[in-house]
Design a binder for this molecule. Structure first.
Ligand code: PLP
Length: 232
């Protein structure tokens, strides 16, 4: 199986309303170029430096796709990240939102679309807003989204979650369902110009089917398209 056929088969299998963001971490620009030529529309990267290198190597192909920051964004990388990415999926505190907001204009942009990252499993090893620590979470999220929307240079476009990783994707179902409920509640409650709840980003290679059944409209896929990752 090749990257081209893996991607094209998935694109046929996954409903049209679901955006596929390819997770490119550790993959070479040659592999990513193949994915773009196969029709990929959205690329996700976890590290600012890695994304910059890949984009430089891609040449003109780089403008054919939207670039998503899907990794933890450190404060000292925001300046560098802003020109590289079209969307930041990992806003997980008001402080981070403000730190980004302050730097958008300097990066030559007016607005950057963001997703709010929720750590739906309350896992210490992962970033994202933790429901257990922010009770009552549904109310907290409404407030959080409206606070972020007051920042002039951010636009809230949805929710992202990693969800706990299980061998059996069925075990993720209830976490995805809860994330979807939070997403729908914000969509129902918050009507502000800088909030447009379009994307529910959840589901990875092992769990995307369950995530889509539970309402995801944006999946982030690495392994199933590119094959196993080898870390150096
Ligand atoms: C690596 C990664 C993915 C994709 O994981 P796979 O299991 O390889 O599909 C999705 N989201 C994030 C945030 C990632 O870091």
């Amino acid at each position: 199986m090749s990257i081209t056929s893996n991607y094209q088969n998935l694109r046929k299998e996954i409903p049209d309303h679901v955006t596929i963001v390819l997770a490119g971490k550790t993959k070479s620009s040659k592999e990513i170029r193949e994915a773009i030529e196969a029709g990929a529309t959205d690329l996700g990267e976890n590290y600012v430096q890695e994304a910059e290198t890949i984009k430089q190597q891609l040449g003109e192909k780089v403008n054919a796709v939207r670039w998503h920051m899907i990794g933890h964004l450190q404060k000292n990388k925001i300046n560098k990240a802003l020109p590289i990415f079209d969307v930041i999926q990992t806003v997980d505190s008001l402080k981070k939102a403000r730190d980004i907001d302050k730097r958008v204009e300097k990066a030559g942009k007016n607005v950057i679309p963001v997703l709010i990252e929720i750590n739906i499993g309350n896992e210490d090893s992962k970033s994202g807003l933790k429901p257990e620590e922010l009770e009552p979470f549904e109310e907290y999220m409404d407030k959080f989204v409206s606070d972020v929307s007051e920042l002039r240079h951010l636009k809230v476009e949805g929710i992202m979650t990693m969800g706990p990783r299980f061998g059996n994707p069925e075990n993720s179902r209830l976490y995805f369902r809860r994330t979807r409920k939070i997403f729908e509640k914000i969509r129902k409650d918050i009507h502000l110009p800088a909030v447009n709840m379009k994307y529910l980003s959840m589901g990875m290679s092992n769990s995307y089917k369950v995530a889509i059944e539970e309402g995801s409209n944006m999946v982030r896929l690495g392994t199933i398209v590119f094959g196993k990752r080898t870390y150096q």
